[in-house]
Design a protein around this ligand. Structure first.
Ligand code: ADP
Ligand code: ZN
Ligand code: ZN
Length: 724
């Protein structure tokens, strides 16, 4: 039989390589177009990778071609290919992940025809008094007033605005429904407000970035409050004026709405955001606006690195040390590294900004492979507060705050300021135990203790989300002497409410679950009335609260003492980020309660000298051949028994590996059982990347062919950041 023309299709299935399908049309679709094919019993949407010929008799035909032009442009396709190779993840899955979900499902790449409600010219001048007898209409009017660009019916529904009230406003000629067009930039001047007068260090950084032609990677290493955002803004201005787009990656947009606001305020250009809070429709619309050049500034979380851009000019990664830039499941990529690759292939500059750069990035700067820009002092007149360590060894177990800390909080709020108490633990107490026999409430499915959430009267596992009732008697000995140990945000909030005359605002995942709750809490805090904030790391990053004059930090010891080699680095980053919230526009103070006040790394971190701490940690990493001096990849495996997980990895461990690659394990994971499954891991380590990748290739092929693979869930994590 003679060879017939085929298309090679990358499909979203957990198998490597592309799949051949027959294609009989004249002009075959280009690489990057979507097609529909049958795969087993299913119909899947895949992406054309190439064409060829095959004489294999059982090939199926392509069912439909969905795009006439590539939905994934060549530049982005190349990025996906490189990522698939580097992370050893199937190309079809990578390409699929790169698309907004409506496109994955086969929808047309059409901007929405959705209409939005807006106030009319007349409606904008209506006074509240004119509708005071119609409270629902008043509510609708107020909501529309707050959103001059208009809101979709879906968004209005989410805000519980009544459709009848909207109809009444329309009948009065005060509101209308219009088709939304993302405005093209018609203003001649891109600047909407004048820049701040930059200080000398900022000026040097701005000019270095502005003068870069072609690919130059920058590390903008600036202490908290040093005005990194101002540097981004001024460096962007000429890029935007030249008609180019800027892509900005941020850790979590929901947490720092004011950052997005600053970009919007500064420039007369359309700004879009891409993050998990959008509806599928909004996400597609924004994606198209970026691709078609209607959006000029694109701000998004890690997956925004896959946004197609019509005229890319600059990439910025803000808080580039942040772990949320690494995807921790499925396709485990690091958006910071992809940002650098993408800038390189686009031949444009990339800026990684951080007050506490990761050791990987710092080492690149030390080696001269990144251009190192430093901002060593705060942009405002304020000094950075230094961190006072308080010895917490003598606090009784159920008294989380030392008297000194409580006194400082009282003083702070009576001076009219705000204080932040940071504790990275949700719930009321992390442990429930029996005073008679020592029994502790543990998760039935994980090797972990249950956290008591008092407001909902349940015990919850923070690893698998399972819940239990709080027992009234000990299940082991029947005693009623059940009590809690330790404290979380809930207990601290209660304690502070009892001892202070000002509002206590709790910000953690539980206390911000409802839509709009986080925004309204942040807005209250920014108003600046005296208050105490109790929060987890949701409050640590990026916020600028002008009246915050005191930060009390509880329980950072675990990180510094952690067995994970990244523990001290991450603890120091978190410590300095939290401390950096204090005294941004006035005098500030930071208290760190520690049960290991003499710990050397903790002292170094608290001294605020991150460069010195980083040097010490880098030296340890060099000796142990850990990143950035050695490269790691982790095979993780989960099974119904530990034996199954280990024996699967053991088969891999005995394989031939490339020279220079060390294989460590298999060993049980630090948390051996999670959500009912046993976990083990195998670590590969090497000085050179090439032999590591070669070995991974071989081990992956072996793993796929092993019969045990069917009884396990397993994956590879290249450059893992979480060893647990
Ligand atoms: P970072 O991102 O480095 O933590 P920000 O960009 O949030 O710091 O800046 C901290 C504060 O300093 C902000 O209120 C900002 O408006 C202000 N700021 C930045 N640059 C200047 C400057 N050159 N002159 C005066 N204020 C500045
Ligand atoms: Zn007991
Ligand atoms: Zn659990």
């Amino acid at each position: 039989m003679s060879a017939r023309p085929t298309l090679q299709i990358a499909l979203p299935v957990p198998l490597p390589g592309c799949f051949d399908y027959l294609y009989t049309g004249d002009e075959p679709p280009s690489r990057g177009c979507r097609v529909q094919v049958s795969f087993g019993q299913r119909t899947l949407i895949g992406i054309v990778h190439g064409h060829g010929h095959s004489d294999y008799p059982k090939l199926k035909p392509v069912k439909a071609i969905l795009d006439s032009d590539p939905i994934i442009p060549a530049e982005l396709y190349a990025l996906c290919e490189r990522a698939a190779r580097y992370y050893h993840y199937p190309l079809g899955e990578v390409l699929n992940d790169a698309l907004p979900s409506l496109l994955r499902q086969g929808n047309d790449p059409q901007a929405s025809q959705e209409k939005r409600w807006k106030l009319t010219e007349r409606g904008q001048h209506v006074l509240d008094d004119q509708v005071k007898r119609a409270p629902r209409q008043l509510e609708a009017l107020q909501v529309l007033r707050e959103h001059p660009k208009g809101l979709s019916s879906a968004m209005l529904g989410a805000l519980e605005v009544s459709p009848q009230a909207l109809a009444s406003l329309r009948n009065k000629g005060w509101a209308e429904q219009i088709l939304l067009e993302t405005p093209m930039n018609t203003a001649r001047e891109v600047l909407a407000e004048p820049p701040l007068p930059a200080n000398a260090e900022q000026r040097a950084a701005i000019h270095a970035i502005q003068d870069a032609s072609g690919f130059i990677p920058f590390l903008l290493d600036g202490v908290t409050g040093s005005g990194k955002t101002e540097v981004y803004l001024q460096a962007m201005a000429p890029v935007l004026a030249a008609g180019k787009q800027v892509l900005v990656l941020v850790p979590e947009i929901g947490l720092t709405p004011q950052t997005v606001q600053r970009f919007r305020q500064r420039f007369n250009v359309p700004v879009i955001t891409l993050h998990s809070g959008l509806t599928d429709r909004e996400r597609l619309d924004n994606w198209l606006a970026a691709r078609d050049g209607k959006a000029r500034i694109i701000i998004g979380t890690r997956s925004a690195i896959f946004t197609p851009l019509s005229d890319p000019g600059l990439i910025i990664v803000d808080e580039a040390h942040d772990n949320s830039l690494k995807q921790q499941d499925g396709f485990r990529y690091h958006a910071r590294d992809l940002a650098t690759w993408r800038a390189q292939s686009l031949d444009i500059p990339v800026v990684l900004g951080s007050a506490t750069p990761s050791l990987e990035t710092l080492q690149l700067a030390r080696d001269g492979r990144f251009s190192w820009l430093k901002l060593s002092r705060r942009a405002t007149e304020q000094q950075r507060p230094h961190i006072e360590i308080l010895d917490a060894t003598l606090t009784p177990p159920n008294q989380p705050l030392l008297p000194t800390s409580l006194q400082a909080i009282k003083q702070c709020v009576s001076d009219g300021n705000q204080a932040l108490v940071f504790i990275n633990r949700r719930g009321y107490a992390p442990m429930i135990l029996c005073g008679d026999c020592g029994w502790q409430a543990e998760c039935k499915r994980c090797d972990s203790f249950l956290t008591w959430h008092r407001s909902e009267n349940s015990l919850r596992c923070h690893h698998c989300d399972s819940q239990q009732r709080v027992p009234t008697h000990c299940p082991e000995c029947g005693s009623s002497a059940i009590h809690e140990a330790g404290s979380g945000t809930e207990k601290l909030t209660e304690l502070l409410e009892q001892s202070l005359p000002v509002p206590v605002i709790r910000v953690d995942r539980d206390a911000t679950r409802r839509k709009g709750e986080l925004d309204s809490k942040l807005a209250t805090i920014r108003k600046g009335e005296p208050a105490v904030l109790v929060g987890t790391q949701m409050l640590a990053k990026g916020h600028h609260f002008p009246k915050l004059a005191l930060v009390v930090i509880l329980d950072m010891d675990a990180g510094f003492l952690s067995a994970d080699f990244r523990g001290p680095e991450q603890a120091a980053q978190l410590l300095l980020q939290v401390a950096g919230r204090s005294g941004r526009e006035g005098k500030g103070r930071v208290l760190l309660q520690s049960r290991h006040p003499d710990h050397q790394l903790l002292q170094l971190a608290a001294s605020g000298d991150y460069p010195a701490l980083a040097s010490a940690l880098l030296e340890e990493r060099r000796m142990a051949a850990l990143p950035p001096f050695g490269h790691l990849a982790l095979f993780r495996c989960e099974a119904m028994t530990l034996g199954k997980a280990q024996s699967f990895l053991q088969e891999l461990a005995i394989q031939q590996v490339a020279e220079g690659v060390n294989v460590l394990g298999p060993v049980p994971a630090p948390m051996e059982r999670r959500a009912g499954r046993y976990r083990a891991q195998l670590l590969l380590q090497s000085h050179q990347r090439a032999p590591l990748h070669q070995t991974l290739e071989h081990l992956l092929a072996t793993a796929r062919s092993l019969p045990q693979a069917r009884q396990c869930r397993w994956h590879v994590d290249v450059d893992p950041i979480d060893m647990l």
